[in-house]
Design a protein around this ligand. Sequence first.
Ligand code: F6P
Length: 325
Amino acid sequence: MTQKKLRRIGVLTSGGDAPGMNAAIRSVVRTCIQHGIVPIGIYRGYNGLIHSNVVELNARSVNGITSRGGTMLYTARCEEFRTKEGVERAAKTCRYLGIDGLVVIGGDGTFRGARDLSAEGINTVGIPGTIDNDIACTDYSIGFDTAANTAIEAIDKLTDTMQSHERISVVELMGRNAGHLALYVGLAVGATAILVPEHPFDMEADIVEKIREGHYNNKRHFIVIVAEGVGHTTEIAQRIKELTGIETRVTIMGHIQRGGSPSARDRVMASRMGHYAVKTLLEGHTNQVVVYRNALVQRITIDEALQMKKDLDFYLYEVARDISI
Ligand code: F6P
């Protein structure tokens, strides 16, 4: 803990972007201004810190960005920052520019960077932002709700055409190595089967049998959700087609899930977390991450956060399985 008066706070976004990051930036900037601190925007994640690619922000620079997806500060994954020299260079830039507090918005990789910078004497705090919602320390990460709604809207459209043609739709969703997004969306769209990396599946029992049974009971279209972490989506679809004899089409949802105007939930959560992050720095804390747990915005140390593991919500999985008949 430090009690030094903060003069300048930097803010950056790193890793994959997520809808709501702009609302978090806006909240950080305006909370800084409320407390007489100069907010500094850092471009392209840790790259901008290493190469001193920064801009002084004010209340007006963040006008109207809440409704926009993406991040006004751009984002990147920075290889150089993974080295000791890279971290030292970034810390040097902070000292040179008088940045004595830093808010980083991203995932676990971003928090690891903040932990390393904190060890170099820069006060840091992380905000969870990823559509994957795979950050173990927090129940919620910015972008998840919007991405889920984007996928749901697209799958509802697919359903219209699949219904007309009486086909099976196999849809691959993002999520890296985790199935949180796939499970949530799968439940929301009434998928016949949801394949996630956390749970082994049996092609015959979990997919083909259910489709045959549904078909026998006059069900005329089927949605199978595959989390990208499962892999082989095209092969899975081909196999389903062979085994069921029903026309099957594959849709890879891809990066469309990362764009779009943030939902109310993402805007509000991002605003709360941005505000809390600046307060955390003002109270003299460092090496922290803002989390949403037990319906409260709180903070824990990054070291603690990085040691945690996140399980899939198996109850949600059970619900989805039991009602997909
Ligand atoms: O972490 C967010 C995410 O969109 C993952 O779901 C996905 O696996 C990855 O990023 C894609 O990364 P990129 O934008 O570099 O292709």
